[in-house]
Design a protein around this ligand. Structure first.
Ligand SMILES: N[C@@H](CCC(=O)N[C@@H](CSCO)C(=O)NCC(=O)O)C(=O)O
Length: 207
């Protein structure tokens, strides 16, 4: 706690500020446990009616908090709660006509509801992209609990790009650590290794 004292002043003030670093509403409330053989769930947008519904028929991999500027975050959240699922396991069930790609110029095409702005899934169409085949979804939109639980936070420094004061970062990183989440400013090593392995194969220097 000492290094936080130097940031925020007195010890009691430190504790108060430290305890109130809110990362994400679902995460802060305490994430439900992972369920064995979790089959996936329907995910719904936030519209009061004519909701977009997708079915995700799989457990998620690489669940994490993401601080990047592009991933959808609920109001007031510093981070997005996002995870990958095989794209073949994602089916649009209702109100597909309300979906629109947020930014067609980036690799992950985030299909958002034009009614409420919620991102229903992010898909990579470029077959040469290292993460092609994975769709990105937000667990908090699901009807059912039991998803795999995050163990890391990625693109942590990126929250500065949406206006978080740089001098809050030490407290944010401390809170992530307290919650058992390893903080990275890009992807964690297991995904970076996967990306580089893919690129090495594309270059023909690895079988
Ligand atoms: N600081 C930038 C980082 C943007 C970035 O490189 N994002 C990664 C992770 S997004 C998923 O967690 C990426 O792969 N982007 C591709 C894409 O978004 O299509 C920022 O925060 O904007």
């Amino acid at each position: 706690m000492r290094f936080l004292s130097t940031l925020f002043g007195s010890e009691s003030d430190v504790t108060e500020r430290f305890d109130h670093v809110a990362l994400h509403p679902l995460f802060d409330a305490g994430l439900p446990e992972r369920a064995e053989n979790f089959p996936g769930s329907a995910l719904r947008c936030h519209c009061p009616e004519d909701r977009v519904v997708i079915e995700v028929a799989a457990q998620s991999v690489h669940p994490h908090l993401c601080g990047c500027t592009r991933c959808w975050k609920p109001v007031g959240a510093l981070f997005s709660l996002v995870a990958a699922v095989p794209r073949g396991k994602v089916t649009i069930m209702q109100n597909e006509d309300k979906l629109e790609v947020v930014d067609p110029s980036v690799p992950i095409l985030r299909h958002a509801c034009t009614g409420c702005g919620v991102h229903m899934f992010g898909r990579i169409e470029d077959e040469k992209h290292p993460l092609h085949g994975l769709d990105w979804v937000h667990q908090e939109l699901a009807d059912l609990a039991g998803w795999s639980r995050p163990t890391f936070a990625s693109y942590v420094s990126s929250i500065i790009e949406v206006g978080v004061e740089p001098d809050r970062m030490a407290a944010v990183r401390a809170r992530l650590t307290e919650l058992g989440l390893t903080a990275y400013d890009c992807w964690p090593p297991e995904i970076m290794d996967q990306v580089s392995t893919w690129r090495a194969r594309m270059r023909g220097v690895l079988l």
